[in-house]
Design a protein around this ligand. Sequence first.
Ligand code: SAJ
Length: 429
Amino acid sequence: NKICVIGLGYIGLPTASMLANHGYYVVGVDIDEKRVELIKNGELIIDEPGLMTLVKGAINSGNLNVKTEPEEADAFIICVPTPVIHDKNNKDNNKNNNKDNNNETPKCDLTYVLSAVNGIKPYLKDGNLVVIESTIPPKTTEMIYKLIDKNIHMAYCPERVLPGKILKELVENDRIVGGIDEESSELAKEVYKSFVDGDIYLTNSTTAEMVKLMENTFRDVNIALANEFAKVCTEMKVNVWDAINLANKHPRVNILNPGPGVGGHCISIDPWFIVEKSKNAELIKKARELNDNMPKYVCNLIVKEFKKLNINNPKVSIFGVTYKGNVDDTRESPAKKIIECLLSNDFNVSIYDPHAKVFEYPLNKLEDCIKGSDCIIVLTDHDEFKNFEKEDIYEISKLMKHKIVIDTKNILNHNLWKESKFEVKLLGD
Ligand code: SAJ
């Protein structure tokens, strides 16, 4: 049994390696020649625990071959990105939404999916199975099935793994398989059963597409609620973290954590795919906008704070620019928007992030970042920040001009920072 996996990113590479380690002969395909070469040489391209060991094992076993062109196979799995495009001319979409928003509604960019489909089309034979894992708007699988127009089986099987825990979740999570007919669902289930320990549920393709979008939207809307609570609590002079902690003592309440915004290439994007398709998606749209506005809100708070302190042209040190803790991914990171806003307010900004490798602004060593700084602003919940010890904080404090720290994620050991004479401020206090 031979499987061709298209797209060797966060999802395709681990999935291809898993399948190769579970009895399939797998051809992994990526259009990026450099990426293919790096994978072949066993070099780390994604900072995900355990991934490269898995990949190297699969390649050394001879069951995984990576290249830039697809070839004939029994099954094809498409794992390419679906970003959003901001389409100003999409009148249909704009009609569906409130006029008070600017006149552009983000929508799903299917370019990579469609070009993957076109890429495999010449190799498709009767009875082959095509699976899409990329996040897509409802009814897209049906649309693509019609487009392929061949006697094949097809299913949508969304990925559900959490970056940072991909290998564990790939095996342990339950999966949803939505076939365009029952036989397609059964065939796709057979493939995933080889490495998934969780349950595999069968449904139709449009339901599976909705399920994926609903999962990430659930999280986005709940984070928006936590963020709104943070704003209201600030107004009421209530510490939102204490209030959430106490509210969560209720057996049926589980409020998430406020923060500087929602980043990454999933939760900050996927809810738009529902908004794009339905004028009923009012709460979803509002929540998305609320989360998107958090960086601006946080930046304004910082600017106001410095006006109050009467510090002109402040130098601030940003701790953490990845979209969340302990990953290296800076896509859609709220930190980027906050930095842009601070720069436009004449702040001097330096950045420290022990995980990030590429970012739009220069990354510094810890000492260089804090030298002469007026304030540390924590934007990401990296373990390194949580685990600062008394001595580390004392060393940091010696290099700073003013000892202020703003903890937007509420992760620092505040007592230790106060012991080193830091003034500690929180988001939502
Ligand atoms: N965040 C908060 N407050 C919270 C939780 C998260 O502000 O209480 C922020 C994070 O800092 C980050 C963003 O939200 O900026 C998203 O982080 P996340 O950890 O919630 O999710 P992702 O984007 O890393 O992964 C999600 C997961 N989806 C769900 O948990 C429903 C994952 O299972 C999906 O596979 C993934 O999206 C995906 O690829 O769709």
